[in-house]
Design a binder for this molecule. Structure first.
Ligand code: ADP
Length: 153
């Protein structure tokens, strides 16, 4: 059976850390759906069009990667897209606590879906969208943390 994974996130914005996890996921799975969460109650720095455009620019032609926007439960999105795996990245013990709670809850909601955690490479373990947003909000240059293909405008 074809192995399809969903990599869900806000990607506000996509960083080099996300890019590395996605590239590694394509070595493991037949197809990786990058699922951009759009929650009307959540405040984003960048709108959905920009977040999606930057992900497209990061992966211009990779037949294993699909980019979609979703709202609602991640497990429902997985079931609707015939994906049996959720990929998440782990940077630290803080991520672990948070990710474990989500993964165990998702397993209860949808027992057929496995969450697969990939450890961040040390060089990316301090990269986060929230720190990138802080830099941008304060007019700093966050380029080194962003995929080479994208330019924040
Ligand atoms: P969310 O709002 O769901 O946390 P994010 O876009 O912040 O969305 O993150 C999506 C996933 O990417 C999460 O599993 C997060 O732990 C992981 N991630 C974020 N930054 C990195 C990084 N630098 N290295 C590895 N994984 C990361």
């Amino acid at each position: 059976m074809k192995k399809t994974a969903v990599f869900p996130g806000s990607f506000d914005p996509i960083t080099k850390g996300h890019e590395a996890i996605i590239n590694r996921s394509t070595q493991i799975f037949d197809k990786v759906i990058i699922a951009i969460g759009e929650n009307s109650k959540k405040k984003y720095l960048f709108d959905i069009e920009k977040r999606k455009k930057w992900i497209k620019q990061t992966f211009p032609e990779n037949s294993k990667i699909d980019i979609q926007v979703y709202s609602g439960l991640t497990v429902d999105f997985c079931l609707n897209n015939k994906a049996n795996f959720i990929v998440r990245g782990l940077r630290s013990s803080f991520d672990f606590e948070y990710e474990q709670a989500i993964a165990l809850t998702n397993k209860k909601l949808a027992p057929t879906i496995e969450t697969v955690m990939l450890f961040a490479e040390p060089k990316y373990s301090m990269v986060s969208s929230s720190i990138v947003r802080d830099i941008i909000n304060n007019k700093g240059n966050a380029e080194q943390f962003l995929p080479d293909a994208i330019k924040i405008d």
